[in-house]
Design a protein around this ligand. Structure first.
Ligand SMILES: O=P(O)(O)OP(=O)(O)OP(=O)(O)OC[C@H]1O[C@@H](n2cnc3c(O)ncnc32)[C@H](O)[C@@H]1O
Ligand SMILES: [Mg+2]
Length: 172
């Protein structure tokens, strides 16, 4: 089975290989075609779908997967959110969202001014390349849940939905 993941971010690539250990996984720098910092569930999900669609269309018989991070409000509180999409070569689409954690007000103000969470996190946590390592979710959960683990859960939700659909339609 060939899978194309629409990002070169190692947390995303590793999440896919973890959940699809027998697949041949290649990484492709797909464009999310949304803002660098999505600001709603809708925009974040669209980024994941756009990446997955480009991957599914880029190569024959490859399953495309897109994973996207964003932020969104619940009432007055800004949260980190995550979305994933899996698109089959036939164009069947599955989506799922991942864990959310609240973001500090200090970061909210900077994000509203146009900064990207990935850039802010390095300064905030006094670390380097947080987005390719533990991620914001790792920082705010004291490393209890890493960005890879969070994305792996999203990929599991995608895999399960795809398998259920495939079995129902005898197309596996
Ligand atoms: O190369 P890509 O795949 O684009 O990887 P990315 O780290 O930029 O990830 P996203 O585009 O999916 O995330 C959108 C924005 O939110 C940031 N972000 C989202 N989740 C994050 C996390 O857990 N840790 C650090 N930054 C995160 C990210 O850096 C971007 O600014
Ligand atoms: Mg990005």
């Amino acid at each position: 089975m060939n899978i194309k993941i629409g990002s070169k971010n190692p947390t995303k690539i590793n999440a896919v290989t973890e959940v699809f250990p027998d697949a041949s996984v290649t990484a492709f720098n797909a464009s999310s075609r949304v803002s660098a910092q999505p600001f709603s569930d809708e925009e974040t999900m669209l980024g994941a779908v756009n990446r997955a669609t480009q991957c599914a269309e880029a190569e024959d018989r490859a399953i495309g997967i897109g994973l996207e991070g964003g932020v969104m409000y619940v009432a007055e509180q800004l949260y980190l959110c995550n979305w994933g999409a899996l698109v089959t070569p036939e164009g069947q689409k599955f989506t799922a969202s991942g864990a959310r954690v609240a973001l500090p007000e200090e970061l909210e103000a900077r994000l509203r001014d146009g900064a990207e969470l990935g850039d802010l996190m390095d300064r905030y946590a006094e670390k380097q390349a947080v987005r390719t390592k533990e991620g914001a979710i790792g920082i705010f959960t004291n490393d209890v849940v890493s960005r890879q683990e969070m994305f792996a859960h999203v990929v599991k939700l995608l895999r399960g939905q795809w398998e259920y659909w495939s079995e129902k339609n005898n197309r596996k």
